[in-house]
Write a protein that binds this ligand. Structure first.
Ligand SMILES: Cc1ncc(COP(=O)(O)O)c(C=O)c1O
Length: 394
């Protein structure tokens, strides 16, 4: 059992089963309360900018701690796509370079930046086809060669929400000197993430899902050796080393970039977003990310097995290595646009909504995405509701 009073911290769970973190996470009461003093300062004209900037640095350190990196490897961003775009535009592309990705399983925000790189710099996109709902590591490895500059993939896909096996890909990237960029929007905060262990070079995240934070707030991890070599597409005061000069000091004639990933920071920060992320990560770290992962994956395995016993089409079949915090119902061919969405998926979605189970439909699949606030009882309730729906279909 997790050491939190769930209904007190997450009032949304009192009257509904919330299994929709892959869409939008819940914030806790603690997180909600963490923002108020700053808003109060703004309301009363008390300028807290200096202390807020110090707080941003504490949040940066906490982001780093959260994924086992160093604060000099963290840039503060608005969301995952900003992080992905920062990396995409910091490379000195040469015609004939290539980027490896699996677009059929990626979110649009991890496809569009690469289409732009392709058009602007005559770079080849090496498209890997999904294998039964997964990004196949062997096919990704096979696509990598000495002209591969970046491999961009989700740690966990938006749908069907399978984990990507990263180790062989990271090994191939190291061998060829390619940059492994992970879109970790669907995993950080829910599944334990250690960038050193995973061998990732970059990781882009928003705080709105597993990190239980606000919209318009995220971070980018960029391994120090890479960050020091990369050139930001945009510059502003917080991208450069100001030494002891105040932010308002005249701009020197030559630019000295900040060391590491903070060079990718641009203008002023989203202070409420940073306050929220600091507070929510505090709660997540107190429980422990490994413990959260254990709890959540045990719930998703229970949910997938329960659905399978009822004969429902669990994407990927029985739980296995691919199972993380998401269970999806539906046909994989609908997922890649090969088939129209099954009416039964609509009907089941409606049935759950009418019974206060909050889930979302994506690409023809019904997606159940879980976090630390979900429980065994909720999983059993969802399975019971599915049973009732099946009876109604007869
Ligand atoms: C895998 C993945 N990447 C990115 C996003 C969104 O990107 P951003 O945070 O930039 O809005 C989502 C969902 O909203 C997602 O599921």
């Amino acid at each position: 059992m997790l050491p939190l009073d769930l209904t007190k911290e997450f009032p949304a769970t009192a009257n509904a089963v919330y299994m929709d973190v892959a869409n939008q996470g819940l914030i806790s009461r603690t997180t909600w309360a963490s923002i108020e003093p700053h808003l109060d300062n703004r309301l009363h004209g008390r300028n807290d900018e200096e202390s807020m900037l110090e707080h941003v640095e504490r949040t940066r350190t906490r982001f780093a701690q959260f994924i086992n990196s160093d604060q000099s490897e963290i840039a503060i961003t608005k969301n995952a796509s900003e992080g992905i775009n920062i990396i995409a535009n910091a490379f000195d592309w040469r015609p004939g370079d290539n980027v490896v990705l699996c677009p059929k399983l990626e979110h649009a925000n991890n496809i569009l930046p690469w289409l732009q790189v392709k058009d602007r710099h005559n770079v080849e996109l090496r498209v890997v086809e999904p294998d039964n709902g997964s990004i196949p590591p062997d096919a990704v490895v096979k696509a990598i060669d000495s002209r591969t500059r970046i491999v961009a993939l989700a740690t966990v896909t938006m749908v069907p929400g399978f984990r990507t096996v990263l180790e062989p890909i990271s090994e191939a990237c190291r061998h060829y000197g390619a940059f492994l960029l992970a879109d970790a929007t669907q995993s950080v905060g829910i599944l334990h993430t250690d960038v050193a262990q995973l061998g990732i070079d970059g990781l882009a995240v928003s705080t709105v899902k597993g990190l239980m934070g606000l919209y318009g707030s995220g971070f980018l991890y960029c391994r120090q050796e890479w960050a020091d070599r990369l050139n930001p597409a945009y510059l502003a005061r917080f991208s450069v080393d100001l030494g002891n000069a105040p932010e308002s000091a005249p701009v020197p004639s030559s630019v000295k970039l900040r060391r590491g990933a903070p060079r990718f920071d641009v203008g002023h920060y989203n202070f409420p977003g940073m306050l929220a992320a600091y507070a929510s990560m505090g709660q997540l770290l107190e429980i422990g990310t490994a413990a959260i992962e254990r709890s959540v994956t045990s719930l998703t395995k229970r949910l997938a097995s329960g659905f399978l016993e009822l004969g429902l089409p669990v994407c990927g079949g029985p739980p296995g290595r691919h199972t993380g915090s998401i269970v999806a119902l539906g046909d994989t061919s609908a997922l890649v646009g090969g088939r129209p969405v099954d009416d039964r998926i609509h009907s089941l979605h409606e049935h759950f909504t009418n019974n206060q189970v909050i889930v979302s439909a994506r690409r023809g699949m019904l997606r159940f995405s879980l976090h630390l606030y979900n429980t065994d009882d909720e999983v059993d309730r969802v399975i019971d509701l599915a049973k009732i729906w099946l009876k109604q279909q007869k």
